[in-house]
Structures are given as structure tokens and as C-alpha cells.
Design a protein around this ligand. Sequence first.
Ligand code: MG
Length: 159
Amino acid sequence: MLRIGIGYDLHRLKRGRRFLLAGIEIPFSKGEDGHSDGDVLAHAVCDAILGASALGDIGELFPPNDPAWKDFDSMKLLRKTFELVKNAGWKIVNLDCVVICEKPKVLPFRDRIREALANVLEIPFENVFLKGKTAEGMGSIGKGKAIEVFVNCLLEKVK
Ligand code: MG
């Protein structure tokens, strides 16, 4: 059995925060605001694989008002989420991610990000892809006030 999932997340960008995508830090004047470390891509990947496996969503599993997740490493949240999905008998087939922000450029960091996700999700590097887009100066993302991510994934039931 195959199942498709979608994950989405948006975070405000703020000075004094680290700009993180799947745990890879990109040097920039601002970073994602949030209760955890704000890693918008890690959050969207959690929701994509949870959605495909129908095991819940990130807000249910790791409530943002819970002090346990304050400043928490979101790649650890992704590891915990992946363990749940894996234990329910699912294997990740592939991920396709779109990161939308005006700045910084994501492309120079793309392969490191793909590698980080592939490692956690126990799939080959070539089964993870990522595109960086801008919002052409439009709206809050185009003004550099926020970052948005979409993730599609395919899961296969293996047990
Ligand atoms: Mg989030």
C-alpha cells in the first residue's frame, strides 16, 4: 500500500534567531521565530509523514505550549516522528520540498539539507529533493517577514 502526504508550515522571520532548514544553519540576519528552534522545514516534513500515515499532526504530538519543546532541536522532533511512523510499519519512499522565502538563497545549501533529511528518514539522498523559491516581493514572505514550506511525501507500508 502506498500513501501520499502533504506538510505545510510558516514561521515569522526575526532578528536574533538562527535560520535553520532541516538542522542546517544558513548564515542570515534573521531566523525563524517559534517555540522550538523554529525549523520550518523539519516541521513540515513531520506533518507530511504523519499525514500520510494518519498518525496525527505535529501540534498534537508536540504541543507548542508544552515547555518541554521550548527551543527544542526540531530534527530531534523529526527523529521521534519518524520512529512512530516506522514503528507503524511505514517506509518513506521519497520527499519533495518547496521552501519559499525572499532571502537567503537556499540553493547553495540544498544538498546538505537533502542529506540531513535522507539520513534521518533512512532513505537514499536522491529520494529527497528541495527547491528554493521567492514570492517575487509579494506579501509578507516577499517582504522578508516570513518563510513558508510545502512538503510532499510518499510512504509505503512494509509490515
Ligand atoms: Mg512550525
